[in-house]
Write a protein that binds this ligand. Sequence first.
Ligand code: TXA
Ligand code: MG
Length: 320
Amino acid sequence: MNSLRTTYTRSARKAAGFILKDEVVAFPTETVYGLGANVFSEAALRKIFAAKGRPSDNPLIVHVSTIAQISLLTGRITPDAQTIIDNFFPGPVTVILPKRKSISPLVSAGLQTIGIRMPKHEAAQDFLKACGVPIAAPSANISGRPSPTSWQSVRDDLDGRISCVLQGSKTHVGVESTVVDCTGRHPVVLRSGAVTLEHLQAVLPSTTVYAKQTAAAAKSPGMKYRHYSPHARVVVTSALTMPVLMPGEDSAYIGLHTPMHVRTFSSVLLCDDLDDYARKVFSFFRDCDKKHIAAIYCEEVSEEGIGRAVMDRILRAAHH
Ligand code: TXA
Ligand code: MG
């Protein structure tokens, strides 16, 4: 279905015009680029799933521009959600709340809950305000591919499949929002992100991370799918115990420390710190694919702060 002529624009108003015509629009946020549709338009919602090749049992996060819009989506803001909203909205975090019955089951993939987030990013806020309605948006990649952190990555995946791309800068965070289930007795992190477990526990001490799950029992449906996958094989490694590389294979490395045998890699990206690692890991995966790299070695980091999100993404990319 690569038959559309995709419009590229820097105008939030022009991009919002497509939303009001039930089209889908890719737009920047602080985490990754999203692929947005009017949450109240089933026709537009269907276009998200078609453009991405996304399974219909994977629910969408809905983006709001004002606190008032939250009540269009849920009839019950639980006390835990209120605390997260007070402390971290706008920001790279999504709260899961009971869904209003009027919201299409396409958004929630049949669940009774809904994910809600308010991005902290000027271009995203301008766009959402210009739309005037909450915007359902998954990451703007072909399903299974690394999330896009630049509009060029969106173009690589979705040119000709969507009506419009709102062009902005590279995303600052680089990994998707933290998803927190706020419908139970205690808040549970379903997906790690830049609002870290430590940040959440500082305001909600009983917050836990959803236990490593079997595919069938996944609470957050999206977590059971193959994710973030470059074409290359992804190998999680320590900088010090670097395995011997396959002869004749072009290999790449990303991490914080210079690896052993550094000169045997055809591409090496040393990150300044964990934030920088998170910011660059998906674009590195995509760059490696363009260079036909066969194997990407990713340095293992400790699961603290945003390191938890980095490890989550690279382990999933390595198909663990
Ligand atoms: O940073 C982000 O969250 C980006 C930007 C565009 O906002 N969006 C994003 O969306 O990463 P997506 O669709 O790629 O990932 C959404 C994740 C999936 O794992 C999905 O299963 C989960 O959130 N999710 C959404 N609604 C849910 C719900 N009601 N209950 C449990 N998990 C939910
Ligand atoms: Mg995604």
